[in-house]
Design a protein around this ligand. Structure first.
Ligand code: XIL
Length: 335
């Protein structure tokens, strides 16, 4: 009766969950301890929240998550060290508000990574080093972020080197979304293969796993995991949730779907099938799949409640709003 996901999957991979400090008390904390054996800070370790000014770090939230994990023997994945989003404005500008040079920005990135990785050294087993550096535009390779505009492609390799110098035991990941789309997947492949061939310390690929009732197909997911496994890299699903609203990649369909707020038994059934198919494949690839992490705890509160449209309730997880296991839970643990 007290068995959790982590127990069913003990011989496969750790099962994690993204958390904020407020989740670490009451019924949510009880659920975490019963079901999961790994934590990812949902926001607390991102550059903006943890390093709001050049000479100021905000450790409180990240510390409280790491301390909770240590007290209860949970693993922690760090998320993340370099991203275009939730990055503080000061990082890219000087005191007059002018854009800094490449030399200054790389030095700031190094200082940031060195300080953060060092603080949690030995307490985190893995880091998402670079997050979402690839463009979604079909004809564009890398995302045209401040990082790319100021430094060129080099910032990516540097970020891995800085992290590895400080914590040579940490497993270092490149992490991205839309990983199941063939075009994006090949761009991710090109990036991580290039890094690996150049001797950059990269050890794994994080597939975010923000999926939906209509994707991925089994073939898509199987070939995605296989593609990265063949590179000799570890694979983790780092931010799993399966939206009950279908995802479409053309503007007109997207508009239609974003206006659809009905949650029906049919959608719940489709979600169950995608979850079941996904975990079947995660187990099939147990030799390379070194972790699966859910992005939030339960349908009580998910970041998808406000994304991609605000105020549309989603039901993307394995536990309902009362934290009870949904029907889909039974499918995921039944093998
Ligand atoms: C999200 C958080 O869940 C939200 O609370 C926050 O407002 C925005 O970021 N890809 C990532 C995660 O790598 O860091 C994002 O997390 C979700 C998408």
């Amino acid at each position: 009766a007290n068995k959790g996901l982590k127990d069913y999957y003990r011989s496969f991979f750790p099962v994690g969950v993204a958390v904020a400090p407020r989740n670490l008390a009451g019924d949510e904390a009880q659920l975490i301890l019963r079901e999961f054996n790994s934590l990812t800070p949902e926001n607390a370790m991102k550059m903006g929240p943890i390093h709001p000014q050049e000479d100021k770090y905000n450790w409180a939230d990240a510390d409280s998550i790491v301390n909770f994990a240590q007290r209860h023997g949970l693993k922690v994945r760090g998320h993340n060290l370099c991203w275009h989003s939730q990055a503080p404005r000061w990082m890219f500008t000087d005191k007059e508000g002018k854009t800094v040079s490449k030399e200054v920005l790389l030095q700031r990135l190094k200082d940031h990574i060195t300080t953060v990785v060092n603080r949690y050294k030995g307490k985190l087993y893995a880091w998402d080093v670079v997050n979402e550096a690839i463009s979604d535009a079909p004809d564009e390779y890398l995302r045209n972020s401040e990082w790319l505009k100021i430094c060129g492609e080099e910032y990516i390799a540097k970020a891995f080197q800085y992290a590895h110098e400080v914590d040579p035991d940490a497993v270092l990941f490149y992490n991205d979304y839309n990983e199941i789309s063939p075009v994006k997947r090949e761009k991710i492949y090109k990036l991580v293969k290039g890094l690996k061939d150049a001797g950059v310390p990269i050890h794994g690929v994080g597939l975010q796993g923000h999926w939906a009732v209509n994707e991925p197909s089994q073939g898509q997911l199987d070939s995605t995991i296989k593609r990265f496994a063949d590179l000799g890299l570890k694979v983790q699903v780092t931010e799993l949730d399966i939206s009950v609203y279908p995802k479409e990649h053309n503007a007109r369909q997207r508009q239609a779907n974003d206006n659809d707020t009905s949650f029906t038994p049919q959608k719940e059934q489709k979600q169950l099938e995608v979850y079941k198919m996904s975990f079947d494949l995660f187990r099939k690839y147990r030799n390379v799949m070194s972790g699966v992490t859910f992005w939030n705890i339960s349908d009580r509160s998910s970041w998808l409640d406000d994304f991609p449209v605000r105020n549309r309730k989603d039901y993307p997880l394995l536990f309902d709003r009362n934290l009870k296991p949904k029907k889909v839970y039974g499918e995921v643990v039944n093998f």
